[in-house]
Design a protein around this ligand. Structure first.
Ligand SMILES: C[S@@+](CC[C@H](N)C(=O)[O-])C[C@H]1O[C@@H](n2cnc3c(N)ncnc32)[C@H](O)[C@@H]1O
Length: 281
């Protein structure tokens, strides 16, 4: 493929390692990517990496990511930014891969959301299965999606059963370590600057982040002294002048609780919010 005509404003389907070969050095301003997490997601081939929960399986994922991160470093401009999503179980490997490739890890953004679905194995049911005993059905599950731990089974019937053996009774309520996913890490990385931020900006046309362009809200925030009520000496001596909008944080909340918390909250809204949080987080 020919750079740049075959790339600009195009969606290219292919193995990114192959596709990136046709992109010249130092030609991309910013990379935003959500690669596989190396957790054998829903049995998908692309997330497998000979996934066997062993150190070799995890290193397979890490080494593959290192190769990709090296290629991404080559094509990004010095000082350019990369945002890369990870999974809570394997982002330590992702971080090492990206750092080993030569990127600087500048921060980790925490993205909180309420739409994840839990997936955990019921130990009590497994015990009865090992013992080869049928469990007695005691009713219909009121929330089949939750009971299966999978939103795709929403309309399927699902039954509540009770433990059939004393061992299953002892382990009733215990499940594997599958907590409900409610956040994702996003690494904020930078290809090293050539010189200072200012020198890099002049040479390469990229540097840092457009903080004022990314401020949250447009309210006027009055001038204030830095520090806090608990320890006025910590980070004190400074003064933030009047400004518009809040400084972008390394925390992103994508649920309507963000809106409700920001806008001041009535009794009725609080009830709605608590119901929503109960249902979704
Ligand atoms: C975590 S998923 C991204 C999901 C996406 N952000 C979304 O919300 O639908 C990882 C994606 O990487 C793709 N992928 C896996 N290996 C790849 C490769 N070598 N080159 C390009 N894409 C690849 C998979 O097909 C999968 O769609």
């Amino acid at each position: 493929m020919k750079w740049p005509d075959d790339f600009i404003n195009k969606v290219i389907c292919g193995d990114c390692l192959e596709v990136m070969k046709d992109i010249p050095d130092n030609s991309i301003d910013t990379i935003i990517t959500d690669p596989p997490y190396g957790i054998g997601f829903m049995g998908k081939e692309w997330d497998n990496f000979k996934y066997d929960r062993s150190i070799n399986g995890l290193l397979g994922f890490q080494n593959w990511m290192t190769e990709i991160a090296k290629e991404m470093l080559r094509i990004n401009r010095p000082g350019g930014t990369m945002l890369i999503f990870g999974g809570t179980r394997t982002w330590h490997r992702l971080t090492c891969a990206v750092e080993d490739a030569g990127w600087i890890i500048k921060d980790t953004i925490m993205w909180l959301y309420g739409s994840g679905f839990p997936k955990a194995t019921d130990i009590s049911k497994q015990i009865d299965k090992i013992k080869g005993v049928e469990r007695e059905i005691v009713g219909k599950h009121p929330n089949p999606a939750g009971s299966k731990g999978n939103t795709f089974t929403l309309n399927q019937e699902c039954y509540l059963t009770k433990p059939a053996t004393p061992e299953a009774q002892l382990w009733d309520g215990w499940k594997s370590h599958g907590l409900k996913p409610s956040w994702e890490p996003i690494l904020l990385c930078m290809k090293p600057n050539e010189g200072s931020y200012a020198e890099n900006a002049l040479e390469w046309g990229v540097a840092g982040l457009n903080i004022d362009g990314g401020r949250i809200g447009n309210e006027t925030i009055p001038a204030q002294k830095r520090g806090n009520a608990v320890n006025t000496n910590f980070m004190s001596g400074g003064f933030t002048p009047e400004h518009t909008g809040r400084f972008p944080a390394n925390l992103v909340i994508s649920c309507h609780c963000d809106y409700q918390l920001k806008s001041g909250i009535t009794k009725e809204q609080k009830k709605k919010l608590m119901d929503w949080l109960y249902e979704n987080t």
